[in-house]
Design a protein around this ligand. Structure first.
Ligand code: F6R
Length: 262
């Protein structure tokens, strides 16, 4: 895994946006896997800026989001459909027909999960999957003890994740759904490249366990150690518990020119 340590979430978000933009420019019909939450906000802001100021074109891009809450319709202000419209899709030119987010209102959840997996396959797979990490090490909503081979399915959120996400529901824990549909760890691992972001001291333990700890279902993000093309962009507070952080900085500073991020 390549660890990229940046001074601030803004700087980390810009690096991530450059990695994504480079893919969109070299492969205009690429398939992006997208995430919600606080972590990717700076990345979306920079991609929106690049779209407006530099003509970054998403017209042939296809997207698949990681997850959606069960029981929230797309128009619900706290749904991940609404989040993506507010922060990204409403400001760039990804065609509606190419946007995929699990249907949290599906009556037949297993059928919806199978449909989602089939849609990813029909799109020839995900080229790059953007990820955040939960304070408990989850990716998507694959909470600790999730199968490391799992595919899209319903999951029950831990109390910790519900409490972490209550801020998106005006701080009202009672409003946070208990269930979500999420891509599995296996689904994420099948993408050709993964780009995990983590910002803030609250993520430091989860990041250290994911990057330097053993591969374990108790920290699902640790499975990314098995991915051949995995990058992890962190700010200084999120990197604070990485024992080899000086080495990661040295590697990034001494990359050959051809490997530098555009
Ligand atoms: C979001 C997702 C989650 C978040 C994680 C971190 O689609 O799948 O794994 O990335 O919960 O959330 P934030 O960024 O809000 O700290």
């Amino acid at each position: 895994m390549e660890i990229i340590i940046q001074p601030t979430p803004e700087a980390g978000g810009i690096i991530a946006a450059r990695i994504i933009a480079k893919l969109v420019r070299t492969k205009p019909d690429c398939v992006l896997g997208l995430a919600t939450g606080s972590t990717p906000l700076a990345t979306y802001r920079e991609l929106v800026r690049m779209h407006h100021d530099e003509g970054l074109d998403f017209s042939r891009v296809t997207t698949f989001n990681l997850d959606e809450y069960v029981g929230l319709p797309p128009e619900h202000p706290h749904s991940y459909h609404a989040f993506m419209d507010e922060h990204f899709f409403g400001h760039v030119n990804v065609p509606r027909a190419r946007i995929h987010i699990p249907d949290g209102m599906a009556r037949d959840v297993p059928a919806e999960c199978a449909r989602y997996e089939a849609a990813i396959v029909a799109a020839a797979g995900i080229d790059l999957q953007l990820l955040g990490i939960g304070t408990d090490g989850h990716i998507g909503f694959n909470e600790p003890s999730s199968s490391l081979a799992s595919r899209t399915r319903i999951k029950t959120l831990t109390e910790r994740t519900r409490a972490d996400n209550a801020r998106f529901f005006g701080g009202d824990l009672a409003q946070v759904p208990f269930h979500c549909i999420t891509m599995g760890v296996g689904t994420i691992m099948a993408s050709r490249e993964v780009l995990m972001l983590a910002f803030g001291a609250r993520k430091a333990d989860a990041v250290a366990a994911a990057v330097e700890g053993p591969i374990t279902a108790m920290n699902p993000a640790s499975m990314l150690q098995m991915h051949a093309v995995a990058k992890c962009v962190v700010d200084e507070p999120a990197a604070a518990k990485l024992s080899r952080r000086d080495y990661y900085r040295w590697v990034f500073a001494n990359k050959p020119d051809w490997q530098r991020i555009a």
